[in-house]
Write a protein that binds this ligand. Structure first.
Ligand code: TRP
Ligand code: SF4
Length: 404
């Protein structure tokens, strides 16, 4: 895995569940903001995915989508550094989903843990639907459509990236076998130019004979940096390296970044379904009020009772927001009953409010100007479609659906 590959592509999506909260921010969005300056990034609103569980009431879907994009912009996603778009505005997602469905065994989808878990959790909904079973495959189509290399996701989504890898492998196996593959690959090597061709052969030998992973990375870097290659030839040379057929759809990797645990106001994980959230653009006075009432170590009943920061959700927030010195001050003051909980919360409230104020300030111009948001998403959809069309052209050709 080449973590620093500058032309690697990152792709991720979020379901439009309404205004985002601090859990969403620290769990995912903040990471996206950093990634946009390291990779070519595509971020999208997974509105079709929202339908898989929320098909019965779609009244808020559109407004939720706009509010989420405003949250993204407020958090610092920059339209000139990444591509933001809406899944359903790029119908190629549906086409690839359908084509992949032809080669995907039911068992692969049935055994994804979220399938049964969600059916258990959302008992009030009938999730014995075709669409819900296909959730991970739609996600695979999202990723493979852009030939995404890295997919930043939380732990709960790793199984979906794993399905995506299996589907890609199967696709390449079934449709990447050209009868004259070796011939075409050899011709493509010659097109690299004499020096690069020699390097490629050398690296390929190191990988195939000695399993040298570094050589594999270097060879792939050589290929992605070569502007003279056609897409088809690059796929051939990637597959030739690894001893497979054409790699039409590359297998993505999950990008797991250490994300902090974000407690909600009641001490459980911050989650919309628990009603214990702080909104990313919430009114600062409300935020302060909520934090003042936030659950602390239950053992600290009176101001004179010592507490244990390890048992206090407020301290988990200190870990995210406070510099080491403040954390130490809070922990010591807590254990010795030297400070009260309100005192302990004070610097935290200031830090949270400051963060939220910054988001609100950036979001303000978009809150008052829906057209500006539409323009950003519109341009993003165009860009996404361009990339999607390129992939679909390859996919159709490989499957014999080009009709030319
Ligand atoms: N399933 C993801 C979630 O619930 C959202 C999603 C849809 C996604 N398509 C994706 C994430 C593609 C990464 C890549 O969080
Ligand atoms: Fe929690 Fe701080 Fe109160 Fe200790 S002093 S219980 S860390 S809020």
């Amino acid at each position: 895995m080449v973590n620093s590959a500058p032309n690697a592509r990152v792709l991720s999506g979020m379901r439009p569940t309404g205004a985002l909260h601090l859990g969403n921010y620290h769990g995912a969005l903040k990471n996206w903001v950093a990634l946009q300056y390291q990779y070519e990034c595509f971020f999208f609103v997974a509105d079709w995915h929202a339908l898989t569980t929320g098909y019965d009431d779609t009244r808020d879907l559109e407004e939720n989508t706009w509010q989420m994009v405003i949250d993204w912009l407020g958090a610092g996603l920059n339209p000139s550094a990444c591509t933001m778009f809406i899944q359903s505005k790029v119908p190629e997602h549906a086409e690839l989903h359908l084509l992949l469905s032809m080669i995907t065994p039911l068992g692969w989808l049935e055994r994804v843990p979220t399938f049964k878990d969600q059916q258990e959790q959302l008992k009030d909904k009938d999730l014995a639907t075709y669409g819900f079973l296909g959730y991970p495959l739609l996600q695979s189509a999202d990723i493979l459509l852009y030939r995404g290399n890295f997919v930043p996701v939380g732990d709960d989504q790793v199984a979906h990236v794993e399905v995506t890898r299996e589907v890609a492998r199967r696709f390449n196996h079934v449709y990447g076998r050209e009868s004259d593959f070796a011939d075409k690959a050899e011709k493509a090597i010659k097109r690299l130019g004499q020096k690069n061709a020699a390097t490629y052969r050398e690296l390929r030998r190191s990988y195939q004979e000695a399993g040298d992973e570094v050589a594999l990375e270097q060879a792939n870097a050589l290929l992605s940096g070569n502007a003279r290659l056609t897409v088809a030839d690059r796929e051939r040379l990637q597959g030739y390296l690894e001893g497979t057929g054409r790699m039409i759809l590359p297998e993505p990797d999950a990008l797991l970044t250490a994300t902090p645990k974000v407690p909600g106001l009641d001490g459980r994980k911050m989650s919309k379904s628990y009603g214990n959230t702080i909104g990313l653009r919430e009114d600062p006075a409300d935020v302060a009020r909520k934090l003042k009432a936030m659950q602390t170590d239950p053992a600290r009943v009176r101001r004179t009772d010592p507490g244990d920061p390890a048992k206090c959700p407020v301290f988990d927030l200190h870990r995210i927001y406070s510099p080491p010195a403040t954390q130490q001050w809070a922990a010591e003051g807590c254990r010795s009953a030297g400070i009260g909980c309100l005192e302990c919360k004070k610097p935290l409230i200031d830090a949270v409010v400051q963060e939220i104020e910054a988001v609100r300030a950036r979001a303000r111009e978009y809150e008052d100007n829906r057209d500006a948001v539409r323009d950003i998403v519109g341009a993003g959809c165009e860009k996404a479609r361009e990339a999607a069309r390129e992939t679909m052209h390859e996919v159709r050709a490989a499957m014999g659906l080009e009709y030319r």
